[in-house]
Design a protein around this ligand. Sequence first.
Ligand code: RB5
Length: 141
Amino acid sequence: MRFYIATDHAGYAVKEFTKDIVRSLGHEIIDLGPDSADRVDYPDFGKKCAKAVTEDKGSFGIVICGTGIGISISANKIKGARAALCHDAYTASMSRAHNDANILAFGERVVGRGVIETIIRAFCDTPFEGGRHINRVNKIE
Ligand code: RB5
C-alpha cells in the first residue's frame, strides 16, 4: 500500500513514529509535511493529503492533529476522500470493512503510541467487505 501522511503542529510529534510503523508493515509512506512543529493550520494539511490520495488511485492517507477532528473534517471536503477518525483498532477496522475509508485520522492528544500502532495495523489488515456496503459508500459521493 502507498500512504501519504500530513499533520498539523499538534500531530507533528508522532509523525515519525507513525511513518516507522507504516514502513515496518511493508508499506510506502510519503510525507506531505509539515517539516517542523511550528504552528500551521490543519485544513491546509488535511486537504493536501486528501488531494494526494484522491489523485493517486488506490493510495491511502494518514492525517493527524490534536484531536483528529479538524484535520478529518478538512480532508473530507475533498471529493472522493473518505477520512475516518479512529480511536481504536475496532473503529479503524470497521472504517475499512464498511466505509472503504481511504484516509485514517487520529488525534495525537487522544491516543497513545501503543494504540496508534494497533490502529494502523487494523487499518492496513482489513479489506473493504463490498456487498451491501458498496451502494452506501457510493451514496456518500
Ligand atoms: C490545535 O491546537 C488543535 O486545535 C488542532 O490540532 C485540532 O485538534 C483541531 O481539530
